[in-house]
Design a protein around this ligand. Structure first.
Ligand SMILES: C[S@@+](CC[C@H](N)C(=O)[O-])C[C@H]1O[C@@H](n2cnc3c(N)ncnc32)[C@H](O)[C@@H]1O
Length: 340
């Protein structure tokens, strides 16, 4: 049996834990940092098929996971902490020789662990290099994950794909200049990665609830033509873009010829049932097999019920491909659908 450190968005760990309880018979789940990190075990399952299943059919609220190879009591002593990290790194000699290795160190706020993420990395990096590994930040063969809780230091080494995200704790960071018009743009950039759905494969997008234009600007950057629908103003930087048409209307009042678009995105941040009605009405304007990326607001804090009800409604016209709470989602999740 393997124990993992799991991470969810702040406040959503109870839902991630509940998802795992429903999925993994016999799992034992316990909290670490309230609302955010927790432990779970592989329960009655063989770890490998379970990992494959979690990768193929990703839980909505589990953002990141890593397997614990070793755990020790956490200490505030820099020397003892360095010793523990070095001892652990030394056990990885065979795996990391000639490989690219990322080192990700995180700690809970209340942990006495004396190192920051960067300092922890600097402690381990020379050992990895001595053992013939190349320390890298991204695109690694292995990730060494260190998590310091209030009481324990958890250490593990895994393939990036088995962590669900290759970012520390799944906290995807984009350079600010990639964000363009608004922070909302990060949601679309993250969805593109999470759903492995390169946006430049599409040519003609409908953006519902587009203002001030963060998502639109990402789509324009990727070379798409965009029809943006929003009564609000778009950012002046987009105003005269030759591939943008802005309809200053309510999405409920627009209609398009069948198959006009191959991508529909919607970030109206409105009651999800109203949004679903509007998007479903416009589904025929999407070509068969076209994709939709839609944010779903989680109203009244009953996420499982809300997601089930809403996906049921959407599934009349769409195949639901994935529903995921992204790092850049707050009280919402992002859904990828395909037109039936
Ligand atoms: C969260 S913002 C969208 C941010 C945008 N995705 C971006 O990247 O800049 C929500 C937008 O939805 C718009 N909106 C809400 N209800 C709408 C509706 N029924 N039709 C069109 N736009 C709507 C609002 O005017 C608001 O500009």
């Amino acid at each position: 049996m393997i124990t993992y450190v799991g991470t969810a968005n702040p406040g959503f760990a109870p839902y991630a834990m509940e998802e795992l309880r429903r999925r993994i018979q016999g799992t034992k789940v316990s909290g670490l940092a309230p609302g955010e990190t927790f432990l779970f075990t592989t329960g009655d399952f063989d770890p490998d098929p379970l990992l494959t299943d979690l990768r193929r059919n990703e839980p909505t609220f589990l953002r990141h996971m890593f397997p614990i190879d070793e755990e020790t009591d956490v200490t505030e002593s820099p020397e003892q902490s360095a010793e523990m990290l070095n001892q652990y790194a030394a056990t990885l000699a065979e795996r990391i020789k000639g490989k690219k290795v990322a080192i990700q160190v995180r700690k809970e706020q209340s942990s006495p662990f004396p190192y920051s993420s960067a300092e922890g990395r600097d402690v381990i990096a020379p050992i990895i290099q001595e053992l013939g590994g190349e320390v890298v930040a991204r695109d690694s063969d292995w990730i060494i994950s260190i998590y310091a809780s209030k009481k324990k230091l958890y250490m593990g080494c895994s393939l990036p794909r088995n962590n669900l995200s290759d970012w520390p704790g799944g906290a995807v960071r984009f350079r600010k200049d990639e964000g363009l018009i608004s922070r909302a743009a990060f949601k679309l950039l993250e969805a593109e990665r999470a759903f492995k759905l390169p946006l430049d494969q599409f040519s003609n997008a409908l953006d519902l609830g587009a203002a001030p234009g963060g998502w639109t600007s990402v789509l324009l950057e990727r070379g798409l033509k965009v029809t943006a629908v929003d009564p609000a103003e778009m950012d002046p930087a987009l105003e005269y873009h030759p591939r943008l048409r802005h309809l200053r209307q309510n999405s409920a009042d627009v209609s398009f010829a069948p198959g006009s678009f191959d991508l529909l995105v919607c970030d109206m941040s409105w009651d999800p049932r109203h949004t679903c009605r509007i998007v479903s009405e416009l589904a025929s304007s999407l070509s068969a097999g076209g994709s939709g990326i839609i944010t779903l607001k989680l109203m009244h804090r009953k996420p499982f019920q809300s997601i089930q009800d809403i996906t049921e409604s959407y599934s009349r016209v769409f195949d639901i491909r994935q529903v995921k709470q992204l790092f850049h989602n707050r009280e919402e999740v992002t859904m990828w659908v395909k037109r039936k």
